[in-house]
Write a protein that binds this ligand. Sequence first.
Ligand code: AMP
Length: 213
Amino acid sequence: MKLVILGPPGAGKGTQAAKLSEELSLPRIVTGDMLRLEVAGATALGKRAEEYMGKGLLVPDQLIVEMIRKRLSQEDARDGFILDGFPRNVEQADAFEGMSDVDAVVYLNVSEEEVVERFSGRRACSQCQAIYHVRARPPQVGGRCDRCGGEIRQRVDDREDVVRQRFQTYRQKTEPLVEYYQRRSLLVEVNGSGTIAEVHGNIKAALASRGLL
Ligand code: AMP
């Protein structure tokens, strides 16, 4: 199964993509994580991406499209994947159409107020990028990642000023993809508010009703 997860920043795309990827044994392709690794490794791509990411702006399409093209050509992604963070605008969606087919685009619909609440408590592992929340999903041992023991911090791009810009970028660039995929009859809209388990259930029900599960 080839899935795209779409939604505003903080909608829970990463958490839900991780759960689906485990259950369906599909590789999860997360452009934000791929870019953060490039930044941490101070690669040529990382250095170019960093200036945009730190401002909540989109990294230029050409860099992202090449990065995804390479990743999708790897063996493990041939028969299925879950894409989280790509495509992010109509240009990327057009490029993606020339690269791969897709079975469904899951759109996590969440109100802006709920997202703001989630962001204020959101934390991430500085090593493996696992996502936590100070109230909804705290780590078992204070300040350390349950999976790898890495230090848990607030991500630079989760700071309030950057979040506000990421939202604006989402509304302007990414939200038009809802209509884009609706027109192609690929959009599966899911209510993204509620607990992690509830939203996961909503996604599975929506995919099942389309005969995909
Ligand atoms: P995310 O964790 O998906 O919110 O991504 C964090 C940041 O990485 C974004 O604010 C962008 O600067 C950059 N980024 C991630 N995916 C893309 C993409 N498909 N196109 C352009 N920039 C991206």
